[in-house]
Design a protein around this ligand. Sequence first.
Ligand code: PEP
Length: 250
Amino acid sequence: MRRPFIAGNWKMNKTVDEAVEMVTELKELVAGVEDVDIAICAPAVDLYAMNKVVADTNIALGAENMYWKESGAYTGELSPAMIKSVGCEYVIIGHSERREIFGEDDQLLNLKLKTAFAEDLNPILCIGEKLAERESGAHFDKVEFQLEAGLSGIEAADVKNMVLAYEPLWAIGTGETATPEQAEEIISFIREKVAKMYDQKTAEAVRIQYGGSVKPHNVTEIMAQPNIDGALVGGASLEAESFSQIVKFD
Ligand code: PEP
């Protein structure tokens, strides 16, 4: 059985004080939750202080990005060791904003994934199509391509432990959600694709989240789909109350 996994992605929001205030509130609200994995992926400058609040709780931390080299002349970048040193277990790789605004391509993301595995971090690899691709019916081809390129050369043992997040770009921050049926259709396609690339066991083990305007009022229906194992939550993860309601989805 795959354990549900609800992760927040704060993007470029919250100063250190605001971050500490939020997780202080959140840890009380989700204190009794034992059957769901919970993580907050936060801006790098917030993580050290957040870790002081959530260490030894059921809230894990993640980074929103990292570079694939260990150290060196890469001004502005963060290494895997740096994000681990502030308590991160997870790292988001290839969020659509990184792909679209910062020009990250599948080859670079593949290198980041390999580094994350080598450094014992759990990557959350984001994949998903643009509106035009959905409208022209190219969404299956798009996620297939992203999986093949992103996972190239990666072992089944690593894929089993990673997280995939299907996030259609047209649903991110727009208030427009894929219907639970649309999300289930493509997420089951992604699972089948993992089975073809690897094997059935790997496909059954890998957790696949849906992301795109997940809110307290729609999470239950989304989580009721058999292939959807969790959610990657942007806007609704910024407030402790709404994020805790999503964590307690049923
Ligand atoms: C995201 O940024 O990954 C996301 C899904 O955002 P939102 O929930 O705000 O659509």
